[in-house]
Design a protein around this ligand. Structure first.
Ligand SMILES: Nc1ncnc2c1ncn2[C@@H]1O[C@H](COP(=O)(O)OP(=O)(O)O)[C@@H](O)[C@H]1O
Ligand SMILES: [Mg+2]
Length: 397
């Protein structure tokens, strides 16, 4: 099946899209990655998304307008990828869209809203579109996150001989843990780049939106007193399953912790970088992870990666990129959604209840029919493996 997966993450930096040929044979998904693009949002659209997100308030007409504009942007990317990779012949597009609000109350997800109307994608490509991928899991009592647990469990194995973790460093950090004698678990750890990005954007008056190559963090020194205050955040001690987002970790959160304190710009960024490293390292250690596979934009920040390694130096944890499984780290999230679309149109479950905290696994998403309807398969055919048929792939044990 020719499938496109797409997402703009919590960092709303770019639309990530992949084109994959997916085949299900004997409970293994065989994947061929034909294309991956990262298309930055137009500057105007990006600043309107920023204006929409908490703690800002918005209007329902702006929500409608951005739902259309984001849907059209996704549609344009999907159509061009469909053309270049499938000569226009794409069966399924699964679009995560843009999260604008993730409603968590008393440790439970109550609702989640992703915008970017999928009808535009269907109209532009003729494909069956799967959108609104998180809501059904929320309705089943789950957090609707981290959905990455699906691809993580398929790649790392449901019960590998050693404890393995898959860590994604996007706006938020999340982890999936699998091991020999446990059900897989997954949860959001805390801010990965969200607070660093907020700090850099604020301190540079918008001239920069992230700490490129970690240069500011490298110049700064960690302010241990400030760091201790950040680490006192109750979210970190809350039990999994749990999810969070920019509803909590936004600029006001940062400035209220800073208060009247005089801290240099570089020291602020260095401290936030260390906050990400410490919170991540703590979970990796507490979960007894011996092999960690990392993905997301944070892997491109050498200072952050170095800080994570330093914080785990006493533990026997090997750290590598998810690329070891044949999938470039930057394409992982979009690939997840391609996989979800592939399963959903065939009536197969895409969530892992022990990871999202739901009562049971569900078929994810809302479907917008395309040119042709796709036949549902029996759940007994559901895959238990994912293999990338690209260079560097293969069984990994
Ligand atoms: N070269 C780089 N140097 C430092 N940070 C980077 C670099 N490239 C990406 N990032 C960080 O990664 C973030 C985007 O990561 P991404 O995985 O796309 O997150 P999301 O899924 O939340 O959109 C950027 O906002 C930035 O903070
Ligand atoms: Mg992104």
């Amino acid at each position: 099946m020719n499938v496109i997966g797409m997402i703009s993450g919590t960092s709303y930096d770019a639309i990530e899209a992949v084109a994959l040929q997916l085949t299900l044979r004997e409970r293994t998904v065989h994947a061929r990655l034909l294309g991956h693009v990262s298309v930055p949002y137009a500057a105007d659209l990006r600043s309107r998304v920023a204006q929409l997100l908490p703690p800002q308030t918005t209007t329902i007409d702006e929500v409608c307008r951005l739902d259309t504009l984001i849907g059209q942007s996704f549609a344009e990317v999907a159509a061009s990828l469909a053309q270049s990779c499938f000569s226009g012949d794409v069966d399924v597009v699964c679009s995560h869209g843009q999260t604008v609000f993730h409603w968590v109350e008393n440790g439970h997800a109550r609702g989640t809203l992703q915008i970017g109307q999928g009808a535009w994608i269907s109209e532009a490509t003729g494909a069956t579109v799967v959108a609104d991928v998180r809501s059904r899991d929320v309705a089943a009592g789950g957090h609707g996150a981290p959905l990455a647990s699906l691809i993580d469990v398929l790649l790392l194995g449901r019960r590998p001989a050693r404890v393995r973790g898959a860590l994604n460093l996007g706006g938020i950090s999340n982890i999936t843990v699998v091991g020999p004698s446990r059900d897989p678990i997954a949860y959001d750890i805390g801010p990965a780049n969200a607070l660093m990005d907020a700090a850099v954007t604020w301190l540079s008056d918008g001239a920069q939106t992230y700490d490129r190559e970690g240069s500011s963090a490298a110049r700064g020194r960690v302010d241990e007193v400030l760091l201790a205050e950040f680490l006192a955040e109750p979210y970190y001690d809350a039990p999994a399953p749990k999810s969070t987002g920019k509803e909590l970790f936004h600029l006001k959160y940062l400035t209220s912790h800073l208060g009247e304190r005089q801290v240099s710009h570089d020291d602020i960024v260095a401290t936030l970088c260390e906050l990400t490293a410490r919170t991540v390292a703590r979970e990796v250690r507490d979960q007894g992870v011996s092999e960690l596979f990392v993905s997301g934009g944070g892997t491109r920040n050498p200072v952050l990666m170095q800080a994570i390694r330093r914080n785990l130096a006493d533990d026997a944890t090997s750290i590598s990129l998810i690329d070891d499984f044949g999938i470039p780290e930057a394409a992982k999230e979009a690939t997840l959604f391609a996989l979800i679309g592939f399963l959903s149109v065939q009536g197969l479950e895409g969530s892992i209840a022990s990871c999202t905290g739901a009562q049971h696994a569900v078929v994810l998403g809302a479907i917008i029919p395309g040119r042709q309807l796709i036949t549902a398969l029996d759940e007994s055919l559901a895959p238990v493996n994912l293999v990338f048929e690209t260079e560097g792939s293969g069984e990994f044990s």
